[in-house]
Design a protein around this ligand. Structure first.
Ligand SMILES: *[C@@H]1O[C@H](CO)[C@@H](O)[C@H](O)[C@H]1NC(C)=O
Length: 510
């Protein structure tokens, strides 16, 4: 087992070297059939989250100084207006709050851009703005939007002085409360809806479990590709990562950490990947062009495993392949070495717990030798779990384990399994509207309109929410859509034993 990690690392290195040899060519799309002219590079490739939204006609604001209690300065992006609406138009809750706020939180090595990366109808950020929501896109510490600190430097100048000493524990403890409080303060709303992807879900599960006051500010949590438990992951990348701790002595050496953080966090590593894009497309696809290369899940690019592992997209049935250069210009984003180590620990332990510093430092920081588990039984936000059967990271088995906990504590609003989706389809797929957008909009509307407590549509929403909280199975039957499947009787019977065990293990239910 142990020898797999170096082997994989060597393979990855060879792949990188191979592609770097042919990197750096200009991305050219199809020759235009009529004029014979080369189409130019896709302009979205060089756009950040703000520019992606602005270029599609949305009214966007940058909020560059959302400061956390521990001094990190996060940049949030806000979409305040949609080209599909005029400002006099009523919001989603007529007669009540005009534009209820929704906070969207990205996943690991990702950013705000992930919510606005596709064309308007295909991107959840745009779709929410079209419906009249006040859309806020968060950016966690250490990605390229959030590289500032009141005191510490985050740059590669050798003075990083602790800037990179964080994992998703800190994103839960500091970043999320800072963002939520900022949104509520700016908008004057009492609560918001929280939509998260991947690590963003863990961030929410952790933050709302630990901080009941924060949890009360969140009307609904829509968790896409949820990852509290990741012990069953069959992502090769995650599995390799889980072997990292045997290299832990190396990975935690200050010099190695500093180099790693520089590569990861300041985007040097990401830039290497980005510079490889044209080469990757040319070698494996014969060009980044979906017409010449119609959607084929078994094409060489994915047989090579490179893209599949990089993006957790083992097949790309749902992807607009012509946009791969755009995705690659945003993924991967920066983060810290410790954050990756924390995920590696999560795979190994299969527990939803804080970063393991080793017995001595754990004792100092946590007052116990083992890192404390997050108490999911204390988590109180009504939650939807939406996941894909083909997701190697938010593996079905792990998600269902979480669903059992939430069902037991009464916070599970519903679950949805999309049979053909994998991990990053929840943000990158061009066909989210066919699968889960409607369901998300419906649930967010219910919570947002109920929260504003108005009459008319708001009342109906409130009634719905209550009924659902009492009988989560009701929700399972409400969805309409071609490929939706829902967890049902099967889950309650077959896994009853499993759940009992889990609850007993956790030991705090009556
Ligand atoms: C696919 O991506 C290309 C390149 O960004 C874009 O021009 C095109 O409109 C997209 N296709 C669809 C169907 O959205």
């Amino acid at each position: 087992m142990v020898s797999r990690a170096p082997a994989a690392a060597t393979a990855a290195l060879c792949a990188l070297l191979l592609v770097s040899a042919i990197a750096g060519q200009e991305v050219t799309l199809d020759d235009d059939a009529r004029t014979g002219q080369k189409k130019t590079r896709d302009e979205d490739v060089s756009r950040d989250a703000f520019e992606l939204a602005a270029s599609k006609g949305y009214e966007v604001e940058e909020h560059p100084r959302v400061t956390t209690r521990d001094g990190y300065i996060l940049k949030m992006i806000r979409i305040v207006g949609s080209p599909k609406r005029n400002s006099a138009e009523q919001g989603p809750c007529p007669g009540t709050w005009e534009n209820p706020p929704v906070l969207l939180q990205h996943g690991l090595i990702d950013s705000a851009a992930t919510w606005v990366m596709n064309m308007p109808k295909q991107s959840l950020g745009f779709v929410l703005a079209d419906q009249g929501y006040d859309v806020w896109l968060g950016n966690n510490r250490g990605n390229s939007y959030s590289m500032e600190h009141e005191r510490l430097q985050g740059n590669s100048n050798g003075r990083d002085e602790g800037f990179w000493d964080f994992s998703w524990d800190e994103m839960a403890e500091y970043d999320l409360p800072a963002e939520i409080d900022y949104v509520l303060k700016t908008t004057g709303a009492q609560t918001l809806s929280y939509i998260s992807h991947s690590q963003g879900t863990a961030q929410g599960f952790a933050a709302f479990s630990e901080n009941p006051e924060l949890a009360r500010k969140v009307g609904v949590h829509v968790a896409l590709a949820p990852v509290a438990f990741v012990g069953s992951t069959d992502s090769a990348l995650f599995q390799v990562a889980s072997y990292l701790p045997f290299l832990k002595e190396v990975a935690t050496l200050p010099a190695v950490q500093s180099l790693g953080n520089t590569l990861l966090g300041t985007g040097v590593g990401a830039n290497i990947v980005k510079s490889l894009v044209p080469g990757i497309c040319n070698v494996f696809l014969g060009g980044c062009d979906s017409e010449k290369n119609p959607r084929d899940p078994h094409n060489e690019l994915f047989d090579s495993g490179l893209m599949g592992n990089l993006f957790s997209l083992p097949d790309m049935t749902h992807l607009n392949q012509t946009r791969i250069p755009v995705y690659l210009s945003h993924l991967p984003e920066g983060t810290s070495v410790r954050n990756l180590l924390h995920w590696a620990q999560s795979v190994r332990t299969n527990k939803f717990q804080k970063y393991d510093f080793g017995p001595a430092e754990n004792q100092q920081r946590y007052g116990q030798e083992d890192p404390p588990e997050y108490d999911l039984l204390a988590y109180s936000v009504p939650t939807l779990l939406i996941y894909g059967s083909k997701d190697p990271i938010a593996n079905r088995k792990d998600v269902r384990r979480l669903a059992r906990v939430f069902q037991q504590t009464g916070v599970l609003l519903g679950t949805m399994e999309i049979p053909t989706y994998d991990h990053n389809d929840f943000t990158l797929a061009a066909d989210g509207f066919e699968f889960f957008f409607e369901y998300v909009l419906d649930r967010v509307e219910g919570a947002a309109c109920a929260a504003e407590g108005g009459e008319g549509a708001g009342e109906e929403g409130a009634g719905e929410e209550e009924a659902d909280a009492q009988d989560w199975r009701g929700v399972l039957q409400t969805g309409a859509g071609s490929f939706w499947t829902f967890l049902s009787e099967e889950l309650s019977s077959v896994e009853e034993q499993e759940l009992q065990d889990l609850v007993l293990e956790e030991g705090s239910l009556p």
